[in-house]
Ligand binder design. Structure first.
Ligand SMILES: NC(=O)c1ccc[n+]([C@@H]2O[C@H](COP(=O)([O-])OP(=O)(O)OC[C@H]3O[C@@H](n4cnc5c(N)ncnc54)[C@H](OP(=O)(O)O)[C@@H]3O)[C@@H](O)[C@H]2O)c1
Length: 222
């Protein structure tokens, strides 16, 4: 298990959840400052680093993580296509795992959706609903966009912002007088924290490259 992690984005909601989960597992966490020099110094003692900040923070951190040769977990969402392309260039130097949703159940939702879309094709309409806290910066959520992108069928997304909801996604397939709905509910951010910490440990053993939560989960069965 990793004994010392770096984190960017403290005292944000997700970063706090990750710090709490890491403390329970006996892992040390260093909160990284925003300035690149301070970040580089703070990263020296870390085995791996997690980004839970904002898109500009991810880019600054990826640069420093690549220089320092530290595996990078990206939990932040809302990157532009240009930012994503830049981030991918750093994966030539270090392993990077980027996921819009580190809850293990969300990966299962993704797989169930693929299966349902394969089985229910002609005459079934696909739609997605996501619910998050008030004030979330990106809309639709990164998870909803990733779910919609995995199919070439039209998939409208409805976004709701409500109180302090940590994240909820429902996939609907309706037609021929029936409807199936698959829902993943994150009711505590510790679900994200648990998945991110486990993925961070796995990532330290991987070669430089660009990884997803599916790559990590698939490794369970090997
Ligand atoms: N992948 C997942 O499983 C998952 C789960 C939950 C959330 N998320 C994503 O994680 C990100 C953070 O979510 P959150 O709910 O924790 O948001 P939050 O509560 O607003 O926290 C974001 C934190 O990042 C800091 N920050 C902003 N810009 C920064 C920068 N350039 N460099 C360093 N720190 C910076 C903020 O500081 P200030 O307040 O001072 O600006 C704040 O402390 C969002 O993109 C969210 O969508 C992902």
């Amino acid at each position: 298990m990793i004994t010392h992690l770096g984190i960017l984005g403290y005292p944000g909601r997700l970063a706090r959840a990750i710090c709490e989960a890491a403390a329970q597992r006996g892992q040390l966490v260093t909160v990284l400052p925003r300035d690149p020099e301070g970040m580089m110094r703070a990263l020296r003692c870390c085995e791996s680093v997690i980004d839970a900040s904002a898109p500009e923070g991810t880019l600054a951190l990826a640069h420093v993580a690549a220089e320092s040769k530290k595996p990078l977990i990206i939990a932040t969402t809302g990157h532009s296509q240009g930012q994503l392309a830049q981030l991918k260039t750093f994966s030539h130097a270090i392993p990077i795992l980027k996921s819009p949703n580190f809850a293990l159940g969300a990966v299962v939702l993704q797989q169930l959706m693929t299966q349902a879309c394969t089985l229910l094709e002609d005459g079934y309409e696909l739609s997605l609903m996501e619910m998050h806290r008030q004030g979330k910066k990106d809309s639709p959520s990164g998870t909803a966009l990733a779910l919609a992108e995995q199919t070439d069928r039209p998939c409208p997304i409805t976004s709701l912002r409500l109180a302090d909801n940590p994240g909820e996604h429902t996939v609907y397939l309706a037609g021929h007088g029936e409807r199936i709905q698959l829902t993943h509910v994150c009711y505590d951010r510790k679900a994200y924290a648990y998945g991110a910490l486990r993925a961070a440990h796995w990532l330290t053993k991987q070669a430089p490259g660009w990884y997803s939560m599916e790559d990590f989960i698939t490794s369970f069965s090997r």
